[in-house]
Design a binder for this molecule. Structure first.
Ligand code: SF4
Ligand code: SF4
Length: 367
């Protein structure tokens, strides 16, 4: 068991802050890709500790926030079908779709259940052979291996009334799309720790190589984040001074092997293949989704239930997509904290526990 206190030591934090102040010859904008980084940065007041010339931008790393309205609307429609038990991790249930949410569907009689593990859904399927049990396949490379392992177990045990609605997302090409859009000025990436524990550090190497931007894979404690900012600044400094090339470094060594988790990657590759995914409020991005391979397509709930829904409507005025592209901070949304709060969220960034708007609302905009 790791003692987390040593990653929260205020004396070491103060030294790192001094180091940041000494190194920063900004202004710089660093994007924290992952929702848990966004939460930790707000919770520990990191923005208030570092020089104002370093801007920390939220990225698209909250899986609930980026699940498209179309997918949410279809999941709600499937949940409403007769003899369907729809199962999901907790955050998804509150996310508003175009007209409703899974929670509202449940209040209207749909059998929607919150689970902590997809394996529980398999158990429910085994106990209810007359029902169809569907699991919401929402998550990044961190979560998808567990869900895919459940599909493999369903196949092995011959549990045919279990399926997964595939709304999986993968991170590296989403970063490419943000860079290709040319809209966001980014001087460095804090890359996601958990995702990288699965994919390793290599999939980010195109970022320094092609876009000349440094990357640091960061852990989630305050000292991890401060140390990662130091590492980005050091790369920027030695690039400026000595012309050294940028690279992908790993601060989160205790969680991320360079090669990631080859077993999890092999399992994902066995069952799924990369496909274009629709990112909420951002649009379609090639090779950022995982679709079932032909041999496993019978577990694809989107194909098993051929549900058609009306074209999706984004909530008027919500700028969640721009927040997740690093173009705006949450408090620049006119609805922030007024008609959009965690109790009554308008957009997904206010719902999810990893959402940028929820983080700013919970811990204060000034941080
Ligand atoms: S799953 Fe982990 S790495 Fe991925 S976005 Fe959430 S907290 Fe970040
Ligand atoms: S405050 Fe609410 S409406 Fe505004 S961007 Fe965030 S989620 Fe969307």
């Amino acid at each position: 068991m790791i003692n987390l206190d040593k990653f929260r030591d205020p004396v070491v934090a103060a030294k790192l802050v001094k180091r940041i102040e000494g190194l920063c010859d900004g202004p710089y904008a660093f994007m924290e890709v992952c929702g848990t980084h966004t939460m930790a940065i707000s919770q520990f007041g990191i923005r208030g500790l570092i020089p104002g010339s370093i801007k920390l931008l939220s990225g698209p790393g909250c899986p609930v926030c980026v699940t498209s309205l179309y997918d949410i609307d279809r999941m709600i429609a499937i949940a409403g079908l007769k003899d369907v038990i729809f199962t999901t991790f907790g955050d998804m249930i509150r996310v508003p779709g175009s007209h409703s949410s899974l929670r509202e569907a449940r209040s209207q009689g749909a059998d929607v259940r919150i689970l902590y593990s997809p394996l529980d859904a398999l158990q429910i399927a085994a106990e209810n052979p007359q029902k169809q049990v569907v699991f919401a396949g929402v998550g990044f490379e961190t979560t998808s291996p567990t869900i895919i392992a459940t599909v493999l177990e369903a196949k092995e045990k011959g549990i045919g009334n279990f399926s997964v609605y595939p709304a999986f997302k993968t991170v590296p090409n989403a970063l490419k799309a943000i860079l290709e859009s040319g809209k966001t000025k980014i001087d460095g990436f804090l890359c996601p720790g958990h995702v990288s524990a699965i994919i390793g550090s290599r999939p980010y190497q195109f970022i320094p190589a092609e876009y000349h931007i440094p990357c640091v894979i960061a852990g989630f404690e305050p000292l991890d984040i401060l140390e990662s900012i130091v590492m980005l600044l050091e790369q920027l400094r030695s690039h400026k001074k000595d012309g050294l090339a940028f690279s992908v470094q790993t601060e989160y060594r205790r969680g991320v092997p360079d090669a990631g988790n080859p077993n999890a990657l092999a399992m994902l590759d066995k069952v799924t293949e990369p496909c274009t995914a629709e990112w909420r409020a951002i649009g379609s991005i090639p090779e950022t989704g995982l679709c079932f391979r032909n041999e496993y397509v019978s577990f694809d709930a989107a194909k098993r239930f051929e549900i058609k829904v009306e074209p999706a409507k984004e909530p008027v005025g919500c700028i969640c997509g721009q927040v997740m592209m690093g173009l705006h901070q949450p408090d620049e949304c006119p609805m922030f904290g007024k008609n959009c709060t965690p109790e009554s969220p308008v957009g997904p960034c206010m719902v999810s526990s990893e959402g940028a708007c929820a983080a700013w609302y919970k811990y204060g905009t000034g941080n």
